[in-house]
Design a protein around this ligand. Sequence first.
Ligand code: PGA
Length: 253
Amino acid sequence: MRKPLVAGNWKMNGSRDANSKLLSALQDGLGDLQAVQLAVCPPAVYLPEVIDTLSGSNIEVGGQDCSDEASGAYTGEIAGSMLTEIGCRCVIVGHSERRQRQNEDSAWVAAKFVAAQAAGLTPILCVGEQKEDREAGRTEAVVAEQLDAVLDAAGVEAFDRAVIAYEPVWAIGTGLTATPEQAQEVHAFIRNRVAGRDPRVAAELRILYGGSVKADNAAGLFGLADIDGGLIGGASLDADAFIAIARAAAESA
Ligand code: PGA
């Protein structure tokens, strides 16, 4: 039985004031929810404050990225061990915005995944195709390349302590959501590919969907066989929307 996970990726949004309002609304609205695991991933500078605010709640906190290195002369980077030390439980790696803007390739993302786990964090590994890939029928090839790089570097058993997020790039922040059928097809492909290495790991692996998940489309996505929750961008900044999405995931459990 896979417990659904709903994680909010705040991206480069927030302020002390906005965070505090959002978090108090989330705690009021989600305090009783046990059937779903919850997390928020704020910008790094706010992590200590957010962790403090949420201590003792059922909402975990994660980073949005971490370095592939353990420490040293890497200006601007944050080591996984630093995230662990301040109380993070998970970290997003390989988000498409970083793959595009920071030119993170699959080998680099795999190294970040390994470093995150070595620091005791649960990586949330993002994979997904661009619009041109889908139109050219290359969705599975692109997702396979991104996934295999991590399977090869970390080994399939590392996925006992990891989560995958399938995020079609064309659906992120665009209001275009993959249809539940399109999403389920890729989720099943990912699970089968992991099963090719180890069926037990694949059966227990949580695969989240991300890309314009909103209160009104969440239930349709989370109801499908291989969709185990969501990585939520824009809607995670709106307390009512995030609460509704988390409740939809709890009902799918
Ligand atoms: P979105 O972002 O929900 O705003 O589309 C999802 C993500 O990028 O994780």
